[in-house]
Design a protein around this ligand. Structure first.
Ligand code: AMP
Length: 428
């Protein structure tokens, strides 16, 4: 099968790495790809926002299957355009992608289907939104309705913060994404991520993970796209996984099908595990980054099969196999991230991949033999081990071998799981 994978992040390197192991694969293109995908696939310089160019390339190169990685082309409806040209595509429709593209859309579906989530109100103007938060009090959460590069959510511990966030949205800080605002109750608990594949009707649960959004150790500093992740997340017990399926995922898939916009793709639920059970914080309509970098090394089944079955309505009766090991990835980011960073810095030699270590690239590019930094998040150093602690040790040891002085990373990825593992040992 000739495959075109869309995207250029660590997620796409991890997907490409796993796709490359498939017996079904004959040729893999990545558009635009990065320095890591260049080593295992053929990078092609196409802008994923240019749907016409993607479709023209796919037709000219006899592509059988297009796989879309990032959120922006999902929400922009690239999947619809590829399918309209007669090719199979792993990407929800534009209508179904609203689960990620509009927080108000998802909240309305939760209301309709009785899905547990934070109580909320949606506003299209600043004054009523301000009046609502003043009447409600803090803590309170203000969310731009649309995609905002992960920056559209403000968890306001003080009313003034919520007021500033509302003013920012309606002043155009996030463009059209902030023209509508969701304001919701603050939820307390531990967060976890849960991934399923869905072919419009059938659901195949994949795995759990937990990520770390803040830039610095101790969950301090600004929010980022994610500084590290691990899988599985021990906090997601089998009972919580089942409740999440029954109370959140199944009603979502039923609701989308009943509306005539079935969900077909990977559904990534961001959950808050509250005292009252799992509640939906948000949906993403694509794989997570950096969660994919810990899911793929644990996946034993053929990824290409799974994604193709999902895209073509063939998930009924299918199963998926995972390694028992834990995986943990640490993001090495360019200094300054999530703000302005320098690009084009030579990174130097990287530790070789082994059975328990893989270095996935994110913002890198190759210039001849030289590997250069090319973005905020640059490398995802992923370890595997018999426990989250062992996987972390493996990743940390590999990071110590990287000589690049322009980067930084967190040192406490996985701390919640490692604490749990330690307590379990003490209890036994
Ligand atoms: P989102 O983009 O909706 O996932 O939100 C980004 C982050 O904001 C989440 O990962 C949570 O840490 C936090 N967050 C979002 N909604 C809430 C909420 N209702 N209560 C507490 N924290 C929240």
């Amino acid at each position: 099968m000739r495959v075109l994978l869309i995207g250029s992040g660590g997620r796409e390197h991890a997907l490409a790495w796993k796709l490359a192991q498939s017996a079904q694969l004959t040729h893999l293109f990545v558009a635009p790809g990065n320095g890591g995908t260049a080593g295992i696939a053929e990078n092609v310089a196409i802008d994923p926002a240019d749907h016409g160019a993607v479709v023209a390339f796919a037709k000219a190169n006899a592509i059988d299957f297009v796989i879309v990685g990032p959120d922006a082309p999902v929400v922009a409806g690239l999947g619809d355009d590829v399918r309209a040209a007669g090719m199979a595509c792993f990407c929800p429709s534009k209508a179904a992608g609203q689960l990620e593209g509009s927080k108000g859309f998802t909240k309305a579906l939760c209301d309709e289907m009785g899905i547990p989530t934070a109580a909320y109100r949606r506003f299209d103007a600043a004054e009523p939104a301000l009046a609502y938060v003043r009447a409600h009090g803090a803590p309170i959460v203000v969310k731009a309705d649309g995609l905002a590069l992960g920056k559209g959510v403000t968890v306001a511990m003080q009313i003034e913060e919520a007021e500033r966030a509302i003013a920012g949205c309606f002043a155009g800080q996030f463009g059209a994404s902030g023209a509508s605002v969701v304001i919701e109750d603050f939820l307390e608990g531990e967060e976890a991520s849960f991934f399923v594949l869905c072919d419009g009707e059938n659901i195949l649960p994949l795995a759990t993970a937990q990520d770390h959004k803040r830039a610095f150790d101790g969950d301090m500093g600004p929010n980022t796209g994610g500084m590290g992740a691990y899988s599985p997340a021990p906090v997601m017990t089998p009972d919580l996984v089942q409740r999440t399926l029954d109370e959140i995922i199944v009603p979502t898939v039923r609701g989308m099908a009943a509306r005539g916009t079935p969900y077909c793709g990977v559904l990534f639920a961001g959950l808050m595990l509250t005292d009252a059970g799992p509640k939906l914080i948000e949906y993403n309509a694509r794989f997570g980054d950096p969660e994919t970098q810990v899911l793929m090394p644990r996946l034993k089944s053929d990824l290409l099969d799974l994604l193709y079955w999902t895209a073509t309505g063939q998930l009924a009766g299918k199963s998926v196999e995972w390694a028992d090991e834990a995986a943990l990835t640490v993001v090495v980011a360019a200094k300054g991230y999530p703000g302005e960073v320098k690009r084009g810095e030579p990174i130097g030699a990287l530790p070789a991949d082994t059975s328990d270590l893989i270095v996935f690239h994110a913002g890198t590019r190759r210039e001849g033999e030289t590997l250069l930094s090319n973005g905020g998040r640059v490398l995802n150093v992923t370890g595997l081990g018999g426990s989250v602690a062992a996987a972390k040790e493996r990743a940390d040891a590999a990071i110590a071998q990287i000589g690049w002085m322009g980067g930084f990373n967190r040192h406490d990825i996985g701390w919640r799981a490692i604490l749990r593992e330690r307590n379990a040992r003490l209890d036994s």
